[in-house]
Design a protein around this ligand. Structure first.
Ligand code: HCA
Ligand code: CU
Length: 380
Protein backbone atom coordinates (compact mmCIF):
# COMPACT_ATOMS: atom_id res chain seq x y z
CA UNK A 1 0.00 0.00 0.00
CA UNK A 2 1.36 3.42 -0.92
CA UNK A 3 0.36 6.44 1.11
CA UNK A 4 0.55 9.86 -0.54
CA UNK A 5 -1.41 11.98 1.92
CA UNK A 6 0.43 13.88 4.63
CA UNK A 7 -0.38 11.62 7.47
CA UNK A 8 1.61 10.02 10.20
CA UNK A 9 0.97 6.45 11.31
CA UNK A 10 2.12 6.01 14.87
CA UNK A 11 3.32 2.58 15.84
CA UNK A 12 3.18 2.70 19.60
CA UNK A 13 5.76 0.35 21.08
CA UNK A 14 5.24 1.10 24.78
CA UNK A 15 4.11 -2.47 25.41
CA UNK A 16 7.05 -4.02 23.49
CA UNK A 17 10.13 -1.76 23.39
CA UNK A 18 8.77 -0.23 26.60
CA UNK A 19 8.67 -3.63 28.25
CA UNK A 20 12.47 -3.62 27.81
CA UNK A 21 12.70 -0.45 29.95
CA UNK A 22 14.56 -0.99 33.24
CA UNK A 23 11.56 0.00 35.36
CA UNK A 24 8.80 -1.71 33.38
CA UNK A 25 6.56 -4.53 34.43
CA UNK A 26 3.04 -4.68 33.08
CA UNK A 27 0.13 -6.63 34.45
CA UNK A 28 -2.59 -7.67 32.02
CA UNK A 29 -4.86 -4.96 33.45
CA UNK A 30 -2.23 -2.30 32.81
CA UNK A 31 -1.80 -3.46 29.22
CA UNK A 32 -5.54 -3.27 28.69
CA UNK A 33 -5.85 0.20 30.19
CA UNK A 34 -2.87 1.58 28.28
CA UNK A 35 -4.17 0.08 25.03
CA UNK A 36 -7.56 1.74 25.51
CA UNK A 37 -5.90 5.09 26.19
CA UNK A 38 -3.56 4.75 23.21
CA UNK A 39 -6.55 3.89 21.05
CA UNK A 40 -8.44 6.95 22.30
CA UNK A 41 -5.41 9.08 21.51
CA UNK A 42 -5.49 7.54 18.04
CA UNK A 43 -2.32 5.55 17.44
CA UNK A 44 -2.65 3.33 14.38
CA UNK A 45 -0.70 0.36 15.78
CA UNK A 46 -0.02 -1.07 19.20
CA UNK A 47 3.03 -3.31 19.08
CA UNK A 48 3.25 -6.04 21.70
CA UNK A 49 6.05 -8.27 22.91
CA UNK A 50 6.39 -11.48 20.95
CA UNK A 51 3.63 -13.87 22.05
CA UNK A 52 6.34 -16.54 21.84
CA UNK A 53 8.23 -14.90 24.72
CA UNK A 54 6.20 -16.29 27.61
CA UNK A 55 2.78 -17.85 28.28
CA UNK A 56 1.41 -14.58 29.69
CA UNK A 57 2.69 -12.62 26.69
CA UNK A 58 0.65 -14.93 24.46
CA UNK A 59 -2.46 -14.62 26.67
CA UNK A 60 -2.16 -10.84 26.75
CA UNK A 61 -1.69 -10.56 22.97
CA UNK A 62 -4.89 -12.52 22.57
CA UNK A 63 -6.77 -10.37 25.08
CA UNK A 64 -5.60 -7.12 23.46
CA UNK A 65 -6.47 -8.43 20.00
CA UNK A 66 -10.01 -9.06 21.21
CA UNK A 67 -10.61 -5.61 22.73
CA UNK A 68 -12.13 -4.37 19.49
CA UNK A 69 -9.79 -1.39 19.25
CA UNK A 70 -9.38 0.72 16.13
CA UNK A 71 -5.62 0.37 16.52
CA UNK A 72 -4.14 -2.77 15.03
CA UNK A 73 -2.32 -5.10 17.38
CA UNK A 74 1.10 -6.04 16.01
CA UNK A 75 3.30 -8.82 17.37
CA UNK A 76 7.02 -8.08 17.34
CA UNK A 77 8.77 -11.34 16.46
CA UNK A 78 12.04 -12.83 15.42
CA UNK A 79 12.00 -13.81 11.78
CA UNK A 80 11.42 -17.47 12.63
CA UNK A 81 8.50 -19.74 11.81
CA UNK A 82 8.03 -21.01 15.39
CA UNK A 83 7.61 -17.45 16.73
CA UNK A 84 5.39 -16.42 13.84
CA UNK A 85 3.09 -19.43 14.29
CA UNK A 86 2.67 -18.82 18.01
CA UNK A 87 1.92 -15.15 17.29
CA UNK A 88 -0.63 -15.94 14.59
CA UNK A 89 -2.30 -18.29 16.99
CA UNK A 90 -2.83 -15.45 19.49
CA UNK A 91 -4.95 -13.61 16.93
CA UNK A 92 -2.88 -10.45 16.38
CA UNK A 93 -3.65 -8.30 13.30
CA UNK A 94 -0.11 -7.66 12.09
CA UNK A 95 3.27 -9.40 12.23
CA UNK A 96 6.36 -7.22 12.75
CA UNK A 97 9.41 -9.32 11.95
CA UNK A 98 12.97 -8.25 12.55
CA UNK A 99 16.35 -9.71 11.75
CA UNK A 100 19.74 -8.10 12.26
CA UNK A 101 21.35 -6.83 9.07
CA UNK A 102 24.49 -5.21 10.54
CA UNK A 103 27.84 -7.00 10.62
CA UNK A 104 28.33 -6.42 14.35
CA UNK A 105 24.96 -7.87 15.38
CA UNK A 106 25.33 -10.74 12.95
CA UNK A 107 28.63 -11.56 14.58
CA UNK A 108 27.69 -11.13 18.25
CA UNK A 109 23.89 -11.36 18.43
CA UNK A 110 22.11 -13.51 15.84
CA UNK A 111 25.21 -15.28 14.46
CA UNK A 112 23.51 -15.54 11.07
CA UNK A 113 25.14 -14.07 7.97
CA UNK A 114 23.49 -11.79 5.44
CA UNK A 115 22.72 -14.60 2.97
CA UNK A 116 20.86 -16.51 5.63
CA UNK A 117 18.99 -13.35 6.67
CA UNK A 118 18.00 -12.59 3.07
CA UNK A 119 16.74 -16.11 2.44
CA UNK A 120 14.88 -16.45 5.74
CA UNK A 121 13.26 -13.01 5.41
CA UNK A 122 11.87 -13.91 1.99
CA UNK A 123 10.65 -17.31 3.20
CA UNK A 124 8.79 -15.82 6.15
CA UNK A 125 7.33 -12.99 4.08
CA UNK A 126 6.00 -15.46 1.52
CA UNK A 127 4.63 -17.61 4.32
CA UNK A 128 2.74 -14.67 5.84
CA UNK A 129 1.57 -13.29 2.50
CA UNK A 130 0.08 -16.71 1.83
CA UNK A 131 -2.11 -16.07 4.87
CA UNK A 132 -2.93 -12.52 3.80
CA UNK A 133 -1.82 -11.05 7.09
CA UNK A 134 -0.28 -7.55 7.23
CA UNK A 135 3.46 -7.99 7.39
CA UNK A 136 6.39 -5.75 8.20
CA UNK A 137 10.07 -6.60 7.99
CA UNK A 138 12.80 -4.60 9.80
CA UNK A 139 16.53 -4.93 9.40
CA UNK A 140 17.66 -4.57 13.00
CA UNK A 141 20.53 -2.07 13.34
CA UNK A 142 19.79 -0.70 9.85
CA UNK A 143 21.85 2.42 10.54
CA UNK A 144 25.01 0.32 11.05
CA UNK A 145 24.25 -2.00 8.12
CA UNK A 146 25.93 -1.86 4.72
CA UNK A 147 23.71 -0.43 2.03
CA UNK A 148 24.26 -3.44 -0.27
CA UNK A 149 23.29 -5.82 2.54
CA UNK A 150 20.12 -3.85 3.24
CA UNK A 151 19.26 -3.78 -0.46
CA UNK A 152 19.82 -7.50 -0.78
CA UNK A 153 17.47 -8.33 2.10
CA UNK A 154 14.86 -5.67 1.35
CA UNK A 155 14.74 -6.36 -2.41
CA UNK A 156 13.79 -9.91 -1.47
CA UNK A 157 11.03 -9.05 0.99
CA UNK A 158 9.59 -6.31 -1.21
CA UNK A 159 9.43 -8.75 -4.13
CA UNK A 160 7.77 -11.26 -1.85
CA UNK A 161 5.01 -8.70 -1.17
CA UNK A 162 5.83 -7.33 2.28
CA UNK A 163 3.50 -4.47 3.29
CA UNK A 164 6.10 -2.32 5.02
CA UNK A 165 9.82 -2.19 5.66
CA UNK A 166 11.39 -0.88 8.84
CA UNK A 167 14.66 0.91 9.52
CA UNK A 168 15.62 0.90 13.18
CA UNK A 169 18.40 3.08 14.51
CA UNK A 170 18.94 0.44 17.16
CA UNK A 171 21.83 2.15 18.93
CA UNK A 172 20.75 5.77 18.48
CA UNK A 173 23.89 6.48 16.47
CA UNK A 174 22.42 8.20 13.39
CA UNK A 175 22.35 11.87 12.50
CA UNK A 176 19.47 13.39 10.50
CA UNK A 177 21.48 13.54 7.27
CA UNK A 178 22.03 9.76 7.36
CA UNK A 179 18.32 9.20 7.97
CA UNK A 180 17.41 11.52 5.11
CA UNK A 181 19.73 9.65 2.73
CA UNK A 182 18.53 6.24 3.86
CA UNK A 183 14.81 6.99 3.46
CA UNK A 184 15.24 8.92 0.24
CA UNK A 185 17.23 6.04 -1.23
CA UNK A 186 14.66 3.37 -0.38
CA UNK A 187 11.67 5.53 -1.21
CA UNK A 188 13.07 5.93 -4.71
CA UNK A 189 13.92 2.25 -4.89
CA UNK A 190 10.51 0.82 -3.87
CA UNK A 191 7.86 3.46 -3.13
CA UNK A 192 6.44 1.33 -0.33
CA UNK A 193 5.37 2.10 3.25
CA UNK A 194 8.42 2.62 5.43
CA UNK A 195 8.85 2.76 9.20
CA UNK A 196 11.43 4.45 11.39
CA UNK A 197 12.36 3.36 14.90
CA UNK A 198 14.88 5.63 16.59
CA UNK A 199 16.75 5.17 19.84
CA UNK A 200 17.75 8.26 21.78
CA UNK A 201 21.29 7.54 22.95
CA UNK A 202 22.59 10.79 21.45
CA UNK A 203 19.40 12.82 21.78
CA UNK A 204 18.46 12.61 18.09
CA UNK A 205 15.38 10.40 18.31
CA UNK A 206 12.84 13.14 17.68
CA UNK A 207 14.68 14.99 14.93
CA UNK A 208 15.56 11.71 13.24
CA UNK A 209 11.92 10.61 13.36
CA UNK A 210 10.89 13.96 11.97
CA UNK A 211 13.50 13.72 9.22
CA UNK A 212 12.43 10.17 8.35
CA UNK A 213 8.85 11.36 8.01
CA UNK A 214 9.86 14.22 5.75
CA UNK A 215 11.99 11.84 3.69
CA UNK A 216 9.32 9.28 2.94
CA UNK A 217 8.62 7.32 6.12
CA UNK A 218 4.92 6.62 6.61
CA UNK A 219 5.15 5.01 10.05
CA UNK A 220 7.06 6.19 13.11
CA UNK A 221 7.64 4.18 16.27
CA UNK A 222 7.09 6.00 19.53
CA UNK A 223 6.50 5.08 23.14
CA UNK A 224 4.90 6.91 26.01
CA UNK A 225 7.58 9.21 27.46
CA UNK A 226 10.04 7.42 25.18
CA UNK A 227 10.57 4.40 27.39
CA UNK A 228 12.59 1.51 25.98
CA UNK A 229 15.96 -0.22 26.17
CA UNK A 230 18.64 1.96 27.81
CA UNK A 231 17.45 5.59 27.67
CA UNK A 232 14.68 4.74 25.22
CA UNK A 233 13.32 5.95 21.90
CA UNK A 234 11.23 8.74 20.38
CA UNK A 235 8.69 9.95 22.96
CA UNK A 236 5.24 10.35 21.48
CA UNK A 237 4.80 13.74 23.19
CA UNK A 238 8.05 15.08 21.74
CA UNK A 239 7.24 14.01 18.22
CA UNK A 240 3.78 15.52 18.49
CA UNK A 241 5.29 18.76 19.83
CA UNK A 242 7.63 18.98 16.84
CA UNK A 243 4.90 18.26 14.29
CA UNK A 244 2.34 20.49 15.98
CA UNK A 245 4.64 23.41 15.35
CA UNK A 246 5.94 22.67 11.90
CA UNK A 247 3.65 20.20 10.15
CA UNK A 248 0.30 20.17 11.86
CA UNK A 249 -1.46 18.39 9.00
CA UNK A 250 0.38 15.18 9.90
CA UNK A 251 -1.21 15.02 13.35
CA UNK A 252 -4.71 16.42 12.87
CA UNK A 253 -6.23 13.04 13.50
CA UNK A 254 -4.87 12.56 17.04
CA UNK A 255 -6.73 13.43 20.22
CA UNK A 256 -4.12 15.70 21.77
CA UNK A 257 -5.88 15.98 25.12
CA UNK A 258 -5.02 12.33 25.77
CA UNK A 259 -1.25 12.83 25.64
CA UNK A 260 -0.85 14.01 29.21
CA UNK A 261 -3.14 11.27 30.46
CA UNK A 262 -0.94 8.68 28.74
CA UNK A 263 2.17 9.98 30.51
CA UNK A 264 0.46 10.19 33.89
CA UNK A 265 -1.02 6.72 33.61
CA UNK A 266 2.27 5.13 32.62
CA UNK A 267 4.14 6.97 35.40
CA UNK A 268 1.56 5.71 37.89
CA UNK A 269 1.73 2.13 36.60
CA UNK A 270 5.53 1.98 36.59
CA UNK A 271 5.87 4.01 39.77
CA UNK A 272 8.19 6.54 38.15
CA UNK A 273 8.20 10.33 38.06
CA UNK A 274 7.41 12.19 34.88
CA UNK A 275 10.83 13.65 33.91
CA UNK A 276 11.23 17.36 34.69
CA UNK A 277 11.92 18.08 31.01
CA UNK A 278 9.02 16.08 29.62
CA UNK A 279 6.87 17.48 26.84
CA UNK A 280 3.47 18.87 27.93
CA UNK A 281 3.04 16.73 31.04
CA UNK A 282 5.91 17.75 33.31
CA UNK A 283 4.92 20.09 36.15
CA UNK A 284 7.11 22.82 34.75
CA UNK A 285 6.48 22.40 31.01
CA UNK A 286 4.53 25.68 31.09
CA UNK A 287 5.98 27.31 34.18
CA UNK A 288 7.32 30.80 33.62
CA UNK A 289 9.80 32.12 36.12
CA UNK A 290 11.78 35.24 35.22
CA UNK A 291 9.95 38.54 35.63
CA UNK A 292 10.74 39.46 32.04
CA UNK A 293 8.90 36.31 30.94
CA UNK A 294 5.96 36.49 33.32
CA UNK A 295 5.37 40.17 32.53
CA UNK A 296 5.14 39.35 28.84
CA UNK A 297 3.12 36.15 29.33
CA UNK A 298 0.48 38.15 31.19
CA UNK A 299 0.26 40.50 28.21
CA UNK A 300 0.26 37.69 25.66
CA UNK A 301 0.98 33.98 26.33
CA UNK A 302 2.36 33.64 22.83
CA UNK A 303 5.35 35.74 23.89
CA UNK A 304 6.99 32.68 25.45
CA UNK A 305 4.69 29.76 24.57
CA UNK A 306 4.53 28.22 21.12
CA UNK A 307 1.62 25.84 21.74
CA UNK A 308 -2.08 26.48 22.27
CA UNK A 309 -1.78 24.68 25.56
CA UNK A 310 -5.55 24.42 26.04
CA UNK A 311 -5.57 21.97 23.15
CA UNK A 312 -3.44 19.68 25.30
CA UNK A 313 -5.62 20.20 28.35
CA UNK A 314 -2.82 21.75 30.40
CA UNK A 315 -2.36 25.10 32.06
CA UNK A 316 0.53 27.44 32.80
CA UNK A 317 1.92 28.49 36.14
CA UNK A 318 3.75 31.74 36.89
CA UNK A 319 6.54 32.03 39.42
CA UNK A 320 5.82 34.27 42.37
CA UNK A 321 8.14 33.08 45.15
CA UNK A 322 11.56 33.49 43.57
CA UNK A 323 13.86 36.50 43.42
CA UNK A 324 13.37 36.63 39.66
CA UNK A 325 9.67 37.45 40.13
CA UNK A 326 8.09 40.34 38.22
CA UNK A 327 5.81 43.16 39.37
CA UNK A 328 3.04 42.33 36.94
CA UNK A 329 2.64 38.83 38.30
CA UNK A 330 2.47 40.22 41.85
CA UNK A 331 -0.15 42.76 40.79
CA UNK A 332 -2.09 40.00 39.05
CA UNK A 333 -1.96 37.86 42.18
CA UNK A 334 -3.22 40.74 44.31
CA UNK A 335 -6.06 41.45 41.91
CA UNK A 336 -7.00 37.78 41.87
CA UNK A 337 -7.28 38.00 45.64
CA UNK A 338 -9.55 41.03 45.31
CA UNK A 339 -7.06 43.47 46.87
CA UNK A 340 -7.01 47.06 45.81
CA UNK A 341 -3.39 48.17 46.10
CA UNK A 342 -2.27 50.77 43.59
CA UNK A 343 0.27 50.12 40.88
CA UNK A 344 2.89 52.01 42.92
CA UNK A 345 2.12 49.83 45.93
CA UNK A 346 2.59 46.66 43.88
CA UNK A 347 5.93 48.00 42.70
CA UNK A 348 6.90 48.55 46.34
CA UNK A 349 5.65 45.09 47.36
CA UNK A 350 7.66 43.53 44.55
CA UNK A 351 10.77 45.34 45.72
CA UNK A 352 10.31 43.99 49.22
CA UNK A 353 9.58 40.50 47.98
CA UNK A 354 12.82 40.53 46.03
CA UNK A 355 14.67 41.05 49.28
CA UNK A 356 12.95 38.28 51.19
CA UNK A 357 13.12 35.83 48.26
CA UNK A 358 16.85 36.43 48.09
CA UNK A 359 17.08 34.17 51.16
CA UNK A 360 15.01 31.24 49.89
CA UNK A 361 12.17 30.26 47.61
CA UNK A 362 8.70 31.12 48.92
CA UNK A 363 5.53 29.18 48.22
CA UNK A 364 2.73 30.95 46.33
CA UNK A 365 0.69 30.78 49.55
CA UNK A 366 3.40 32.58 51.54
CA UNK A 367 3.59 35.27 48.87
CA UNK A 368 -0.20 35.68 48.86
CA UNK A 369 -0.12 36.07 52.59
CA UNK A 370 2.59 38.75 52.32
CA UNK A 371 0.57 40.73 49.80
CA UNK A 372 -2.65 40.30 51.79
CA UNK A 373 -1.18 41.61 55.02
CA UNK A 374 0.96 44.33 53.43
CA UNK A 375 0.24 47.64 55.05
CA UNK A 376 2.92 49.88 53.66
CA UNK A 377 5.45 49.14 56.34
CA UNK A 378 8.38 47.33 54.84
CA UNK A 379 10.01 44.41 56.57
CA UNK A 380 7.10 43.34 58.75
C1 HCA B 1 15.10 -4.67 19.92
C2 HCA B 1 15.31 -4.23 18.54
C3 HCA B 1 14.55 -3.07 18.01
C4 HCA B 1 13.68 -3.53 16.88
C5 HCA B 1 13.01 -2.47 16.09
C6 HCA B 1 12.18 -2.99 14.96
C7 HCA B 1 15.62 -2.06 17.53
O1 HCA B 1 15.44 -3.93 20.85
O2 HCA B 1 14.58 -5.76 20.13
O3 HCA B 1 11.72 -4.12 15.00
O4 HCA B 1 11.95 -2.23 14.01
O5 HCA B 1 15.77 -1.02 18.13
O6 HCA B 1 16.30 -2.42 16.59
O7 HCA B 1 13.78 -2.44 19.01
CU1 CU C 1 14.40 -0.56 19.67
Amino acid sequence: MVMEEKRLNIVDVTLREGEQFAKAFYTTEMKIELSHLLDEFGVEYIEVTSPACSPQSWEDAKILSNLGLKAKIAAHVRCAKEDIDISLDSGVDVIHMMFATSPILQKYSTRKDINFVAEQAVKMTEYLKGMKIETRFSGEDATRSNLEDLEKVLDGVVNAGVDRIGFPDTTGIALPNQIEELFTHFKNRYNIDMEYHGHNDTGCAIINSYTALKSGATHIDTSIMGIGERNGITPVGGLIARLYISDREYIDHYNLKKLVELDRKLAEFLDIDIPFNNYFSSDNAFHHAAGIHTNAIIRNPKSYEIFDIEEFGVSRTLEVGHRLLGKNVIEMLGKEMGLSHTREEYIQITKELKTITDKRRYTPEEIREYIRSWNGKAGK
